[in-house]
Design a protein around this ligand. Structure first.
Ligand SMILES: [Fe+2]
Length: 218
């Protein structure tokens, strides 16, 4: 049925073009190069290829990009579990605001992981999700903030390295990864601020930590 429709469409278009040419001849209108270009472009429509029923195989990403993305997917899931454990620790300790903050962080990491996987499937590749560490032990809020900073900074470095790597290999992926570099940049800034705020208090004092939590995680 589709084949039939395309052929009718092609026949109609050719008829229209021949009528335009006849009109131009009758009224002595010169067809300049732009007219012929338009006709050439019209004729370049892949009517014949589709009509023949040929199925084009879409392209995939270079193997090095596929491997790097799978590693980053693992990193994003590792970050998710890190924040999930942090939220649990804070909720148990009754740091209510910090618990909500880290729960939000954990959800964001799932979105980041999904974004990478959606990109791979967009490029016709099935993600190979690596194993990620699921358990984390903490002993205090300041420790969580410090470890979060280190994790986010390491991920900033990895995405930045990927960005440089993809510049020549695949410019479209270079553009895509820029978004993740920006996300990491913001995360590093956020935890950097929290670390600086910890310098304003006596982190050994429980009341100071409670004020810190109330002020910066609200
Ligand atoms: Fe992330």
């Amino acid at each position: 049925m589709r084949l039939f429709r395309f052929n009718i469409y092609a026949i109609k278009k050719n008829n229209i073009m021949s009528k335009i040419r006849k009109f131009n001849r009758d009224f002595r209108i010169n067809e300049d190069e732009s007219f012929n270009e338009i006709e050439a472009q019209e004729n370049e429509q892949p009517i014949e290829a589709r009509a023949e029923g040929g199925i084009v195989t879409p392209n995939a990403l270079p193997e090095e990009i596929f491997a790097a993305f799978n590693e980053r997917i693992g990193d994003e899931y590792a970050a998710h579990y890190f924040y999930r454990n942090a939220a649990n620790w804070c909720r148990n300790a009754n740091y209510k605001k910090a618990a909500s903050f880290f729960e939000s962080e954990a959800n964001s990491e799932l979105e980041h992981a999904k974004g990478l996987q959606d990109y791979l499937t967009q490029w016709n590749m099935i993600p190979a999700i690596p194993a990620a560490p699921t358990s984390q032990a903490f002993s205090g809020l300041a420790e969580i903030v410090g470890k979060a900073y280190q994790m986010e900074y390491a991920l900033l470095e990895r995405y930045s390295q990927n960005q440089q790597q993809f510049f020549a290999a695949h410019p479209a992926t270079f553009n895509f990864v820029q978004g993740y570099v920006s996300i990491q940049n913001d995360a590093v800034g956020e935890y950097s601020d929290l670390l600086n705020a910890l310098q304003l208090i006596n982190a050994e004092n429980k009341l100071d930590l409670l004020i810190f939590e109330d002020k910066y995680f609200g």
